[in-house]
Design a binder for this molecule. Sequence first.
Ligand code: SF4
Length: 707
Amino acid sequence: MVVHQTTCCYCGVGCGIVVRQEPNGRLTVEGDKEHPSNRGMLCSKGMNLHYTVMDQSDRLLYPQMRLGRSMPLQRVSWDAALERTAAVFKTFIQKYGPDSVAFYVSGQCLTEEYYLVNKLIKGFIGSNNIDTNSRLCMSSAVVGYKLSLGEDSVPVCYDDIEEADVFYVQGANPAWCHPILWRRIEAHKTANPHVKIICVDPRRTDTARSSDLHLPIRPGTDIVLNNAIGRLLIENGFVHSDFILDHTDGFAAYREQVMQRTVDEAADLCGIDAEAIQQAAAWIGRSNGFLSLWTMGLNQSVVGVNKNLSLINLHLITGKIGKPGNGPFSLTGQPNAMGGREVGGLANSLPAHREVTNAAHRAEVEAFWQGPVNIAPKPGLTATEMFDALANDQSGDASLKAIWIINTNPMVSMPDANAVEKALKTARFVVVQDVSNRADTVSFADVVLPAAAWLEKEGTMTNAERRISYLPKILDAPGEALPDAEIIWRFAQKMGFGESFNYANASDVYQEYTRLTAGTNVDVTGVSYELLKKYRTIQWPFPEGAQGNGAGTKRLFTDHRFYTANGRAQIHAVPDGNASEPTDEDFPLVLTTGRIRDQWHTMTKTGRVAKLGQHSPEPLLQIHPADASPRGIREGQLVVVQGRRGEVRVKAQLTEDVRPGLCFLPMHWGKVLNNNQVRANNLTSSLVDPRSKEPDFKFTAVEVKPY
Ligand code: SF4
């Protein structure tokens, strides 16, 4: 039996996994007791990962292409597929300019893959039209961190859990979505009963159920709540005056802003008791360790950046940051969302947290990449903008003509999915690079490129606490599938950039990336595959010559110097309004979407494991009995959920776990199930936060009727 250590490829917790390979090829998995992120534990998804590897029935095995959408896809050689793609890309670029092509990539990609696609399009093609599906989940947190702390840098680590005595969980359900982290928090609370957990969520989730205080606020009122807590912290003397004076800017404007609304007014707007807000503020104010955790409830909002800032403010005014047990902690959804951000995977960024709009940053990267490199100064199209641009393409203009989609399934995951489907249908050239033929985009592809899956390629990922893990290649990919990095460097060679994309293996790519981080706040020049193999994981930054046993940097800002130009954190006075689409007589209910316990994203992996389907075999619309009754809706009845852009047909689940006026639908299912349209994103709007460009998934006006 051969034993390997690797990392789970689902969520941003980044659990270590031991894979055992029997002589007959059979695989088993278990949690890695040596891994600091999970200490041997795995959740239901991780425990069943081997089934997704052993079942190859849906794998894409060979490159395929067709000359017209009405023709069937046909097997071709790698050379034929990449040469045709290169010819089409070159034609569009020559005729319409570099912004006529785009890449849409994924938080599932390894750091090396992310880095190479960025280098190719931003450096050598000369367009910033690359965005990652992290745009849909983390970009509001990215902008929030940048505006307040100076850079997209998560300041805390998992070990802070055992140092904290108040957890403020807002817009997140870690009990289901980050289960191993949540178990660690629960274990800490069991051992220390004085520890308090506050959960802010309009739904009574499992996280809310095991909290000491649940604040079931109205959707869209998070900022009202956080500002009210800020006001109470000021009024009750819980602010840290020396910290504010020595290490922050902006407090006076913040105080003025939060004093504009009384706590009673805030409670009224949030739809909760003022006493509950006072209790939360008192626990936070008196805490020795205040850890806030959040995900999509704050990020996926048309005011997502303001929501993030309003939460980070609570740490800055109390000085509860940069010391054990304290700090704002955005939980990442995908396994390598953070790695993608490090290498510049968003349309506005460059490797090592540089910006495309910064001339000095562009010059540094251009000099490093060498060759015919010319980085455009304008941010590229973001995720939603790409599909809008495809839809608006008029032949002859300089709009988007070609899109290359890597390891993500936008026809299910993007907001207003009907519009995305239409855009892909009419797009002039679509390349789909994926592992599975279950990706809905395959049916719109002109070229399909089969990618190697988890265990079939080597590389690195960074989890939610800045922890870089090495993933070894354990199995050969089936058919002619290739590692994503190799597909990109082979394509770059076909485009004529061979000299700058001449890699022998993934380690070469990683070493090149690390050199580009030298002297930055995300310096990982001390990290190599050799060191990662020796120490298993390292937390960045870890510059060359860094001392210690390879553990890296646990916490940031311990000296209270931030990454802003003057070294001081910025407290932002944020208005508390929401700008989501309004409800009205026709669409009086608010729909929020989210995950269920045992499924992952668009179910291309977890949907194949029968065991994982048992928890929730089909999507159900959660609706409060007070909303169901006047509509004549009974438990289990088929209902139509109608919105301004589309509808779905699912069974109703009557529950007081959602507030009256709110309903909830899981986001995992694709277009059709049992002849019913069930795709939640038929309903969601493509409104985005103006700064982060993250969509407003959590607030859609709908009506629900019996079918
Ligand atoms: Fe994988 Fe996340 Fe579950 Fe850990 S918590 S086993 S990383 S899905």
